[in-house]
Unconditional design. Structure first.
Length: 289
């Protein structure tokens, strides 16, 4: 069919032939069936208690690690090292935390460790989101250290440990990495973050429109905090678990952060509440005469 016979928006397509017998494109992410399935499901599905939103994360991590260009990332890390002595030492040291939940048991209430311990204990959870391993490259170390401090980023950014609260550490990471690295490296280091987080902003207006503007407000807030803050991937936070939250924010250069309660929004998002509206106030009980 000639271009002039097509609707305006469909004109200009070039048909490219390939001997491939399977789906193939110029995008390595589209070419991976695990990533395609993740994005499709996460963008279009409703949330439900039958299957946690985290269920598909392990195969997603595996897929992303396989398709990423590790050689290019290492080269970009080497470029970043040259003019950044602190980052250079950080990559060479490859310091990893060995902290456990019980190590924070004595941390004062309101301290970073106290907040983290209370959260972990409430769900009988442990510190390690994934098993610790020995990194073989700068990229593997950056990835593992990012996993280790994920919960701490929740605390410092003010994001609750719940579904909607996940927006804050995610967009904190966007703002922070795009401030301190080149766009190419920041983009490569945020691939997993992008695939985990951005689908929320499609299924939000599709299924939870009442939450949509709140979600974007939280994203904008956290992006600004990340952009205005020091390089938040560098500190050894686990050595300062006794610090009160506001003191920790000052020490680590977290600027503009505040704690935000997203429990009600997350209950609706996670299908634990039928409505976003708060429960009606109960009238005071009248004593029987």
């Amino acid at each position: 069919m000639k271009d002039e016979d097509l609707p305006y928006l469909q004109r200009g397509r070039q048909v490219i032939e390939t001997p491939s017998s399977i789906l193939i494109s110029s995008s390595k992410y589209l070419n991976d069936y695990r990533i395609r399935e993740w994005v499709t499901n996460q963008c279009l599905k409703r949330n439900g208690r039958d299957c946690p939103n985290t269920y598909g994360i392990p195969p997603l991590i595996e897929a992303v690690r396989e398709v990423q260009d590790h050689t290019r990332i290492e080269a970009l890390f080497d470029e970043a090292r040259r003019d950044w002595p602190e980052f250079d030492r950080w990559l060479d040291d490859r310091w990893l935390s060995r902290i456990t939940r019980d190590d924070m048991k004595s941390c004062p209430e309101g301290s970073v460790g106290g907040i983290w311990y209370a959260w972990l204990s409430s769900g009988n959870m442990q510190v390690d989101i994934i098993p610790t391993f020995e990194p073989r490259s700068s990229f593997e170390y950056f990835f593992l250290r990012g996993v280790q401090i994920h919960d701490i980023m929740h605390i410092l950014s003010g994001g609750g440990f719940d579904g909607i609260g996940e927006i804050m550490p995610a967009f904190l990471k966007y703002g922070n990495l795009f401030r301190h690295f080149t766009p190419e490296l920041a983009g490569l280091l945020n691939v997993q973050n992008t695939l985990l987080t951005i689908p929320m902003f499609m299924r939000g207006p599709l299924h939870y429109p009442e939450l949509f503007t709140t979600m974007w407000d939280l994203a904008s807030y956290a992006m600004n905090v990340g952009r205005d803050s020091d390089a938040l991937f560098l500190p050894r936070y686990e050595e300062y678990m006794d610090l009160p939250l506001e003191e920790a924010r000052r020490k680590f250069g977290v600027r503009g952060a505040r704690s935000i309660d997203t429990a009600r929004e997350s209950a609706y998002w996670d299908d634990r509440s039928a409505t976003l509206e708060p429960p009606p106030l109960q009238p005071d009980a009248v004593a029987a005469e």
